[in-house]
Design a protein around this ligand. Structure first.
Ligand code: FAD
Ligand code: NAI
Length: 475
C-alpha cells in the first residue's frame, strides 16, 4: 500500500532538506528521499554540500590554514614552533567527523519536524489518483504518492572526455578531499572555485600545484580589480596558474598523470604530476528520476527546465538547486527550496537572484554581490565607485592580514548600491552587510552613515562607502 504525502522531496542536499523542513513547518505531511550513503552504508543526507562540497572543503581549508599559520606566520608574533609536523590522516578524520555531525544534524531535524526520510533512489512511476507515484529503491523500498514533488537532485562533477574519474590519480572534488598524504606534484584542470580552494589546501600542505585554465581571463565572473589582486596573491603564495591553455592528450600510469597542453603563447608543453584534479564545472543530476517516462522536460544543457518560480512542465512538480538554472550554490538552493515550500502552501515565496552572494574561501577570501564594474560598463550604466584597502584598516594590521580591499559600486544618480566586491580577511562574513544593504536597496550613503564598531574589518565597508563620495576618513 503506497504511503501518501502532501509533499515528496527527491534529494536531501541543501535545496531538498531545507524545502522538506519548511514544508513540514507549514503543516504539510512531507517525505524526503536521498540516495547518498556513507562509508558504512548508512544514510548521509546533506548532498554534495555536506558530503563532498562546502563542508568538507572548509574543514580541510581550516586545517591547512592552521598549518600554514604555524609554519609561516607565527614567527612575526614572536611565537616559535619547533618540530612542527602534520598528520594528513588526522586532517581527513576530523573532516569526516565534521561531515558526520552535519549528516546526523539533518536526520535530527527531519525527526524534529516529522519529515519521513527514505534512504534510496527516488524515481517517478507515473501520475495516479492523489498525485504522483514515486518509487524508492535502495536501503528503503517503498511506493509513495505525493500531491506535490520537489526535485532537488543536485549536480555531479563534469569529467573530461575519455578521462573518467578513478579517484586515485584522476580526482573529482570527491577524491580531492580524500588524498591520504600530500602529493609532491598536483595538477588541476580548471582555475574555478574548486580548483582554487582545493589547490590552496594542498599547496599549503606542501604540494607543488599547477593549475591549467582554458580561459584567458582569470576568475572572469569576479570584478576585474578583485581578479587581478587575487591572481597576484595566489601566484605569490606559489600556485602556478597557467591561463589560456588548451589541454591535449592526458595519459595515466602507475606513476601518475601526464598532461600535454598548448600554452597561451602557442608552445607545446607537458605537465607530469602525481595526481590530477579535474574541476571544470558540474552537470545536473537527473539520472535515476525516470524523467523521460513521465515527460519531465529538461533544457538543452540537461537541467530540469523551470519557470522563474521553479515550476516544471508537469503539474505540481517543482525543481530547485543545482539541478535547475542559476548559480550552483548551496544558499541559492536553500532559498529556492524555502520559496517552493511556501508557494505550495499558497504563500508568495521569493528569491532575489541579484542579491545571491558569492564567496571563494581561499586566503585571501573573495566575496561579492550584485554587479561587477565590467558588467556595469558593458550595460552603459552610470556608476560611482569607492574602494578602501585593508592596509589602512587597524584591525587588519593587528591581525597581520592586510591584503585586499572593499569596493562599492553605486548608481551615479540615485547612489543605490549596485555591487560590492571584497578580497581580504573574513570577506565571507563581511559580504553579509552588503547583501542586507542591497536587499533593502540602500544607498552607499546609508552604509557610510551606519556606526561600525572599532576596530573591526567591517570599518573597511563603511570607509569604501565613504570613498564612493570621495570622503574616506582613513585613506
Ligand atoms: P546536492 O547537494 O547535490 O544534493 C542532491 C542530493 O540528491 C544528493 O544527496 C544526491 O545523492 C541526491 N539524489 C540525486 N538523485 C537522486 C534520486 N533520484 N533519488 C534520491 N536522491 C537523489 N556552495 C556554496 O554555496 N558554498 C560553498 O562553499 C561550496 N563549496 C563547494 C565545494 C565543492 C568541492 C563542491 C563540489 C561544491 C561546493 N558548493 C558550494 C556547491 C554546493 O555544494 C551545491 O550548490 C549544493 O550542494 C547544491 O545543493 P542541491 O540540494 O541542489 O544538490
Ligand atoms: P567553475 O565553473 O567554478 O570553474 C571551472 C573552470 O574550469 C572555469 O574557469 C573554466 O573555464 C575551466 N575549464 C572548463 N573546461 C576546461 C578545460 N577543458 N581545460 C581547462 N579549463 C577548463 O567549476 P568548478 O570549480 O568545477 O566548481 C563547480 C561549481 O561548484 C562552481 O561553479 C560553484 O558553483 C560550486 N562551488 C562553489 C564554491 C563556493 O561557493 N565557495 C566552492 C566550490 C564549488
Amino acid at each position: 500500500m503506497a504511503k501518501q504525502f502532501d509533499v515528496v522531496v527527491i534529494g536531501a542536499g541543501p535545496g531538498g532538506y531545507v524545502a522538506a523542513i519548511r514544508a513540514a513547518q507549514l503543516g504539510q505531511s512531507v517525505a524526503c528521499i536521498d540516495a547518498w550513503s556513507n562509508a558504512k552504508g548508512g544514510a548521509a543526507p546533506g548532498g554534495t554540500c555536506t558530503n563532498v562540497g562546502c563542508i568538507p572543503s572548509k574543514a580541510l581549508l581550516q586545517s591547512s590554514e592552521h598549518f600554514e599559520h604555524a609554519n609561516k606566520h607565527f614567527a612575526e608574533h614572536g611565537i616559535s614552533v619547533s618540530g612542527l609536523s602534520m598528520d594528513v590522516t588526522q586532517f581527513l578524520a576530523r573532516k569526516d567527523t565534521v561531515v558526520k555531525q552535519n549528516n546526523d544534524g539533518i536526520l535530527y531535524l527531519f525527526k524534529k519536524n516529522k519529515v519521513a526520510f527514505f534512504h534510496g533512489t527516488g524515481a517517478f512511476s507515473g501520475q495516479v489518483e492523489g498525485g504522483w507515484a514515486i518509487k524508492v529503491t535502495g536501503k528503503d523500498n517503498e511506493e509513495l504518492v505525493a500531491k506535490h514533488v520537489i526535485v532537488a537532485t543536485g549536480s555531479s562533477p563534469r569529467a573530461l572526455p575519455d578521462l573518467p574519474f578513478d579517484e586515485k590519480t584522476v580526482l573529482s572534488n570527491d577524491g580531492a578531499l580524500a588524498i591520504n598524504g600530500v602529493p609532491k606534484k598536483l595538477g588541476i584542470i580548471g582555475a574555478g572555485v574548486i580548483g582554487l580552494e582545493l589547490g590552496s589546501v594542498w599547496r599549503r600542505l606542501g604540494a607543488e600545484v599547477t593549475v591549467l585554465e582554458a580561459m584567458p581571463q582569470f576568475l572572469a565572473a569576479a570584478d576585474e580589480a578583485v581578479a587581478k589582486e587575487a591572481f597576484k596573491a595566489f601566484t605569490k603564495q606559489g600556485l602556478n596558474i597557467q591561463m589560456g591553455v588548451k589541454t591535449g592528450a592526458i595519459k595515466t600510469s602507475a606513476k601518475g598523470v601526464t598532461v600535454a597542453y598548448t600554452d597561451a603563447q602557442g608552445a607545446e608543453q607537458s605537465l607530469a604530476v602525481d595526481k590530477l584534479i579535474v574541476s571544470i564545472g558540474r552537470v545536473p543530476s537527473t539520472n535515476g528520476l525516470n524523467a523521460d517516462a513521465v515527460g519531465l522536460k529538461l533544457d538543452e544543457r540537461g537541467f530540469v527546465a523551470v519557470d522563474d518560480e521553479c515550476r516544471t512542465n508537469l503539474p505540481n512538480v517543482w525543481a530547485v538547486g543545482d539541478v535547475v538554472r542559476g548559480p550552483m550554490l548551496a544558499h541559492k538552493a536553500e532559498e529556492e527550496g524555502v520559496a517552493v515550500a511556501e508557494r505550495i502552501n499558497g504563500q508568495h515565496g521569493h528569491v532575489n537572484f541579484n542579491t545571491v552572494p558569492w564567496v571563494i574561501y581561499t586566503s585571501p577570501e573573495i566575496s561579492w554581490v550584485g554587479q561587477t564594474e565590467q558588467a556595469l560598463k558593458a550595460a552603459g550604466r552610470e556608476y560611482k565607485s569607492g574602494s578602501f584597502p585593508f592596509l589602512a584598516n587597524g584591525r587588519a594590521r593587528a591581525l597581520g592580514d592586510t591584503t585586499g580591499f572593499v569596493k562599492i559600486l553605486a548608481d551615479a544618480k540615485t547612489d543605490e548600491v549596485l555591487g560590492v566586491h571584497i578580497i581580504g580577511p573574513q570577506a565571507s562574513e563581511l559580504i553579509a552587510e552588503a547583501v542586507t544593504a542591497m536587499e533593502f536597496r540602500a544607498a552607499s550613503e546609508d552604509i557610510a552613515r551606519i556606526c561600525h564598531a572599532h576596530p573591526t574589518l567591517s570599518e573597511a565597508m563603511k570607509e569604501a562607502a565613504l570613498a564612493v563620495d570621495k570622503r574616506a576618513l582613513n585613506f
